[in-house]
Design a protein around this ligand. Structure first.
Ligand SMILES: Nc1ncnc2c1ncn2[C@@H]1O[C@H](COP(=O)(O)OP(=O)(O)OP(=O)(O)O)[C@@H](O)[C@H]1O
Length: 410
């Protein structure tokens, strides 16, 4: 049953490394930063008062440069690293307060960790490696076998089940590691730079694989990455860290279109906006004409009333089925045509709100407004070529970037 409480909630999480964390903590509470705390105490501020919530089923990416505190933050979730202060709630249970036995149980049944190289056991077969996590969970052999086989099927490696990991390429080994992680029932997966050792092509493949599996299996995944492109590509939401602090948390679109400061803006300036932005974010809401709710005259009145030159027509369920052109409609009405269906064209592109702008770009060449639909296929509004071009231009409020002669047109 879906619950309204977050799957993971961090409250005022602080981690200080070193001999005298309490003194360092006091300095931090008095306004100290990483540099002066290190200078005064020799302690390192790993995570600086981070609060955030991760929802069930989210693929949540923690992103930042080396040393920003990503690994520390994520390892605090299963207490591989003990936090200095703050709360960590998993399904509402504060894991900072549980005893060692309960902690082991949580690690076995709730939170599974995937490391960078996946750590396959070289003397076991591919199948045994995938089974390994299930053995740890105490599953009987036959069941383990079946689950592991299924996961190998899912990642397309079932024919390699009885080989040693060393007979597989690096990318295939990573897929085995992913299968092993996903085969366990653990509802939460912590993935630390899981794909960073891969070459770009395989890396992209693995990202796709992870997103595909996630949409099927609906785990809660916390994924560490130092690569902004990767973070924005795969994350439902992304948290960006700097010097132990959380600078911004948001959807990829929020981060790209609304960076909270210059640091985030600089981070995202080379990002391919067309890939990150979704059609739904630039849709222009317009009122469509509902077929059967009036004559061609009524359609023309609606169009003129809304100052539209084109208007989509939807069926009774709100599904777009046609598009009207004002000049043609005017001619039809003048010639006494009543039937809207005979005037509308059915030749127009339909795109989902969740599709990236990159994927709809080619449709702009038809020169007809695209009908944007929501998940249930209902008309949400329109997107035109000019909307796409305007939105993928660099974020810039600075008119100085624009040559003088063009500035009036911008
Ligand atoms: N065991 C430790 N003892 C002392 N300082 C540590 C320890 N582990 C991490 N740190 C420091 O804490 C800070 C955050 O480190 P952390 O490993 O969490 O960053 P990160 O963003 O994951 O970096 P990377 O991408 O390089 O793994 C760094 O300044 C690091 O030097």
């Amino acid at each position: 049953m879906p619950s309204s409480q977050p799957k993971i909630k961090l409250e005022n999480l602080i981690k200080i490394y070193g001999q005298n964390p309490q003194r360092a903590l006091k300095l931090f509470q008095e306004g100290g930063n990483r540099d002066n705390i290190l200078e005064a105490t020799g302690n390192v501020l790993g995570v600086a008062n981070v609060s955030l919530s991760i929802e069930e089923g989210e693929l949540f990416v923690v992103m930042g440069l080396s040393g920003s505190g990503k690994s520390t933050l994520v390892r605090c979730i299963n207490r591989l690293i003990e936090p200095t202060s703050g709360q960590i709630l998993i399904d509402g249970e504060d894991v900072t307060r549980v005893d060692q036995e309960r902690l082991r149980e949580i690690r076995r049944t709730k939170v599974s960790m995937v490391f960078q190289r996946f750590g396959l056991l070289p003397h076991k077969t591919v199948l045994e490696n995938v089974e390994y996590g299930l053995k740890m969970c105490g599953l009987p052999l036959a069941e383990r076998h079946e689950k592991a086989q299924h996961m190998l099927d899912v990642v397309g490696l079932h024919q390699w089940a009885n080989y040693a990991p060393s007979s597989l390429s690096g990318g295939m080994q990573q897929r085995v590691g992913l299968a092993r992680a996903l085969a366990t029932e653990a509802p939460i997966l912590l993935m630390d730079e899981a794909f960073s050792a891969l070459d770009p092509l395989i890396r992209r493949e693995m990202q796709d694989e992870l997103m595909r599996l996630q949409s099927e299996l609906k785990r809660t995944i916390v994924f560490i990455s130092h690569d902004i492109q990767e973070a924005l590509r795969i994350g439902d939401r992304v948290a960006i860290m700097k010097d132990g602090h959380l600078v911004q948390v948001g959807t990829p679109e929020e981060i790209v279109t609304n960076p909270v400061d210059g640091y985030i803006a600089a981070f995202t300036q080379d990002v391919n906006r067309a890939q990150v932005l979704k059609t739904g974010s630039i849709v222009r809401q317009t009122v469509p004409f509902i077929l059967g709710k009036g004559s061609a005259r009524a359609a023309l009145d609606q169009m003129q009333g809304n100052a539209l030159t084109r208007m989509h027509v939807v069926d009774r369920h709100g599904k777009p089925i046609g598009i009207l052109n004002q000049a043609e409609l005017q001619n039809a009405v003048t010639s006494n045509v009543q039937d809207v269906e005979s005037v509308m064209s059915t030749d127009f592109p339909v795109v989902k709100a969740s599709t990236s702008l990159e994927e709809i770009f080619h449709l702009a060449r038809f020169g007809v407004p695209m009908a944007v639909i929501n998940r249930s296929g209902k008309f949400k509004g329109v997107v035109e070529q000019s909307d796409i071009l305007a939105s993928i231009g660099r974020l810039s409020n600075d008119k100085a970037d624009v040559p003088q002669a063009l500035s009036t047109a911008v």
